[in-house]
Design a protein around this ligand. Structure first.
Ligand code: 9MJ
Length: 682
C-alpha cells in the first residue's frame, strides 16, 4: 500500500470515528470517550490533512471554520415555506385551538385521544439545514418564511450541527429545520467577557443567537457558544420518513442531529396542560431559554389534512409563558443599603406586569452596572423578571430618552445614616462606613458584636437581635447592657430559664479582653488576628484610637488599607460615642503597657524585603515568621533595608540591594536568623 493510500484510509477512519463521537456527544448527550481522546483524534486528522491537502473534503470535521468571510448574504428560496407558530396565551386559547383541530378532523372531542407531540419552545433563531446525500450543503435563516439568507458559512461552525449525517436510510435530499440558540451559561459567560473588554453585550439569548448567525465572518460565529435543536423537516426527496412527528425527530437524532430531550407525546388538552406545567416548573433549571411550549398534532397525515393559514400551520400552537421582559419608565433611582453596608442602586419604576407579577422596583446590581447601562430618571427601560429572580433592568431604550436627563451619581453620604460612602479602588461595591451606627447594618453588626469570638454573649441569637432591632429597643451595642431580665423574659420564644441565662451571659461579657473588644467593633478589614496584633502592640484602646496611619502600619499584619480603615472608624464621632457608652455600661478589659513590638522581638528594628520564590515557604509565610519576631517586611529596597531575602527568579530588588550594599540572604540565611538564640543577636 502506498503512503498516500494508507493516509487516505486513516483519514477516512478518523472522520468516521469523529462523526460517531460527535453524535454521542451532541445528539445523544452521552459521550463515550474522554475529551482528551477526541482531541487527539482531531489533531491527528488535522496533521494528516496538512500533509495531504488534496484529501481535504468540505464535510471533514476539521473544516468547520474554513470559510473566508462573505461580502453579503446570498438569498435562499424556501421551497416548502418556513412557517411560524400561532400563539395561545392561556388555557382557554389552548382549548379553542384543540376544538378547531378536532372539528376539522371530525373527531369525537369526548374521545379526546388526539396525540400531540409536545416540546419546549426555544428562544433562539430558526434555521434551515439542507443535506444532500448526507452532506450539509446549505444553511439558511427563516427570513420572511419564503426567502431567507444564506448562512452556510456560519452554521458550519456550530458543533451540534453535523457536517455529514451518520447511519443510513436518510433521504437523498433532506431539509432539517430547527432552532439555533445560545445556552444560558454561554450567554452569561460571553456577556461577562464582553463587558470586561468594554464590548457590546447581548440583551438576551435570542438576540445573541440571531446576531451571531448574521456575521459575515464565520470566525466570529465560531467564537460564540451556539447550540441547535432540530424540530421539523422541510423538503424531502429520494426517501421516506416515518408517519409521526415524534418518530421523525427520533430518526433525525439517529442521523446525528440534536433534538430537545424534553419532548413528549401527550393526549388531548389535559396532556398538553400537564406538559406545560411540568416544563414551567423546570424552566429556571433548563440550560437554555424558552418562552413557552409547542404542541404539534403528532400524526403527519392529520397535519396534511389540517394544512395551514397564511404563515402558520393549523396543526401546531405555541403556548406561551408569561413574558419575562417588558418596557416601562424609570421614575427614580435610589440607593439601598444592605445589611453589610453595600449600596445597591434600585430603579423605581412605573408599575409593569412582567414574569407573572407587577413589578415597581428593579435592581441595578451595583454602581458599575448603573454606569455601564447609564440608566437615568425618565428613561424607558427593559425590565426582566425570570422565575424567582429579583427583577432587573436589562437596558435602556436610548432612542426614547427624553431631553435633559442626567447621569446618576454615587452618593457621597449614606442615604440611611449620612456616614461617608467608601469605594475601594475599582471595586464594584460601594459601602456605607456607618457600621454599627447605620440602622441598615445594625442587626448584622450586632450579631457580629455578640458572636462567640467577639463578645461571646451566648443566648443572644439572630432571631432575638432581629426582634430587638425591629422593636427599636437596641440601637447600639451599648443598649444590650441595659436589657433587664423582665424585658428579656417577655420576648418571643424566651423561657424563664433562657432569660436567666442570657442576662448572666450579658453580665459576664462585660469583662472582656482588648482584642475581643476591638474585633467586636466590626471595623472593616480588622479580623481576629489584626485585632490581636493591635492589642499586643498598643496595649491600650486610647492609644489605638489616637494612632496615626503611620503608627498603625508599624504593627505587624497592618498594611496601609487596614490602617486607613482603622483611622476612619475612630475618626467618626458616632463610633467614639458608642465606645464611650460601652465603657459607661461597665465593659472593661485589662490594659497593659504598650510593647510596640511583639514579646519575642529578636528581629525588632530590622526591615526585610522578600524577592523571588523561596524553596520551602511562600513569601507570605516568610513574612509572618519575620513579623512574629518583631521584624518588618516592606516592598521596596532602600539603604535602610536590613536584609533582602532572595529566592529563585529574584528580580531587580536583588540587584538593587547589591548596588546599595544591603545584605542579601537566601532562605537558609533567613532560617538562621529566625532560629538563632536571642543572645546572639547584635
Ligand atoms: C421552537 N422555537 O422551539 C417550532 N420551535 O415548528 C419548535 N418552533 C416550529 N417548533 C414549526 N419546537 C414551526 C416552528
Amino acid at each position: 500500500m502506498s503512503a498516500s493510500a494508507a493516509a487516505r484510509r486513516e483519514i477516512k477512519s478518523l472522520r468516521e470515528q469523529i462523526r460517531y463521537h460527535n453524535y454521542r456527544y451532541h445528539a445523544l448527550d452521552d459521550p463515550e470517550i474522554p475529551d482528551a481522546e477526541y482531541d487527539r483524534m482531531m489533531r491527528r486528522l488535522q496533521a494528516l490533512e496538512r500533509e495531504h491537502p488534496e484529501l481535504i473534503t468540505d464535510d471533514s470535521p476539521t473544516q468547520r471554520v474554513g470559510d473566508a468571510p462573505v461580502e453579503t448574504f446570498g438569498t435562499v428560496q424556501h421551497e416548502v415555506p418556513m412557517l411560524s407558530l400561532d400563539n395561545a396565551f392561556g388555557e382557554e386559547e389552548l382549548r379553542d385551538f384543540h376544538r378547531r383541530v378536532a372539528d376539522r378532523l371530525e373527531l369525537e372531542l369526548e374521545a379526546d385521544e388526539l396525540s400531540y407531540a409536545a416540546e419546549p419552545k426555544l428562544d433562539g433563531a430558526a434555521v434551515s439545514l439542507l443535506y444532500e446525500d448526507g452532506r450539509l450543503v446549505r444553511g439558511a435563516t427563516r427570513g420572511d418564511g419564503t426567502t431567507g439568507e444564506d448562512i452556510t458559512h456560519n452554521v458550519r461552525t456550530i458543533e451540534a450541527i453535523p457536517l455529514r449525517l451518520i447511519g443510513s436510510g436518510y433521504p437523498a435530499t433532506l431539509e432539517v429545520r430547527g432552532e439555533v440558540f445560545m445556552p444560558k451559561a454561554g450567554f452569561e459567560a460571553y456577556n461577562e467577557k464582553a463587558a470586561a473588554a468594554g464590548e457590546k453585550t447581548f440583551v438576551n439569548p435570542r438576540n445573541a443567537a440571531a446576531g451571531s448567525l448574521r456575521q459575515l465572518d464565520p470566525q466570529l460565529t465560531a467564537a460564540r457558544p451556539l447550540d441547535m435543536y432540530a424540530y421539523s423537516v422541510g423538503r424531502i426527496d429520494g426517501g421516506d420518513l416515518p408517519q409521526t412527528h415524534s418518530e421523525v425527530l427520533e430518526r433525525l437524532q439517529n442521523w446525528g442531529l440534536k433534538v430537545c430531550p424534553e419532548r413528549r407525546v401527550v393526549s388531548g388538552v389535559e396532556g398538553c396542560l400537564d406538559f406545560y406545567r411540568d416544563i414551567g416548573d423546570k424552566r429556571d433549571g433548563l440550560p437554555y431559554e424558552i418562552d413557552g411550549v409547542v404542541y404539534k398534532v403528532d400524526d403527519l397525515q392529520q397535519q396534511r389534512e389540517l394544512g395551514f393559514v397564511s404563515r402558520a400551520p393549523r396543526w401546531a400552537i405555541a403556548h406561551k409563558f408569561p413574558a419575562q421582559e417588558e418596557l416601562t419608565t424609570v421614575e427614580g433611582v435610589e440607593f439601598q443599603v444592605g445589611r453589610t453596608g453595600a449600596l445597591t442602586p434600585v430603579a423605581r419604576l412605573k408599575p409593569v406586569f412582567v414574569g407573572g407579577v407587577t413589578v415597581s422596583n428593579a435592581t441595578l446590581h451595583n454602581i458599575d452596572e448603573l454606569h455601564r447601562k447609564d440608566v437615568r430618571v425618565g428613561d424607558t427601560v427593559t425590565i426582566r423578571r425570570a422565575g424567582d429572580v429579583i427583577p432587573e433592568v436589562v437596558g435602556v431604550i436610548r432612542s426614547r430618552r427624553p431631553k435633559g436627563t442626567r447621569k446618576v451619581k454615587l452618593p457621597e453620604r449614606c442615604p440611611v445614616c449620612d456616614s461617608a460612602v467608601a469605594r475601594e479602588g475599582d471595586e464594584a461595591v460601594a459601602r456605607c462606613t456607618g457600621g454599627l451606627y447605620c440602622s441598615a447594618q445594625r442587626a448584622e453588626a450586632l450579631k457580629h458584636f455578640v458572636s462567640r469570638r467577639a463578645m461571646d454573649i451566648e443566648g443572644l441569637g439572630s432571631k432575638i437581635i432581629e426582634q430587638l432591632v425591629s422593636a427599636d429597643r437596641i440601637h447600639t451595642p451599648a443598649d444590650i447592657f441595659t436589657l433587664t431580665r423582665e424585658e428579656v423574659a417577655e420576648m418571643e420564644r424566651m423561657g424563664e430559664k433562657s432569660a436567666d441565662n442570657l442576662v448572666a451571659a450579658i453580665e459576664a461579657s462585660r469583662t472582656t479582653s482588648l482584642e475581643r473588644f476591638l474585633f467586636a467593633l466590626g471595623i472593616r478589614e480588622v479580623g481576629e488576628s489584626t485585632a490581636a496584633a493591635l492589642a499586643a502592640y498598643f496595649g491600650k484602646l486610647d492609644l489605638i484610637m489616637s494612632a496615626t496611619e503611620n503608627e498603625l502600619v508599624a504593627v505587624p499584619d497592618v498594611g496601609p488599607i487596614v490602617a486607613s480603615r482603622i483611622r476612619s472608624f475612630f475618626g467618626e464621632k458616632h463610633n467614639r460615642d458608642v465606645i464611650q457608652a460601652l465603657r459607661d455600661q461597665g465593659v472593661s478589659w485589662d490594659e497593659s503597657e504598650p510593647q510596640r513590638s511583639p514579646a519575642d522581638g529578636k528581629l525588632s528594628g530590622k526591615t526585610f524585603v522578600l524577592t523571588g520564590t523561596l524553596p520551602n515557604m511562600t513569601r507570605d509565610e516568610a513574612k509572618k515568621k519575620i513579623q512574629a519576631q518583631g521584624g518588618k517586611v516592606t516592598g521596596s529596597v532602600s539603604s535602610k533595608t536590613s536584609f533582602v531575602v532572595y529566592g529563585d527568579k529574584a528580580g531587580s530588588k536583588l540587584s538593587k540591594a547589591q548596588n546599595l550594599g544591603v545584605e542579601t540572604i537566601d532562605e537558609a540565611g533567613l532560617d538562621q536568623l529566625l532560629n538563632a538564640p536571642a543572645s546572639e543577636e547584635s
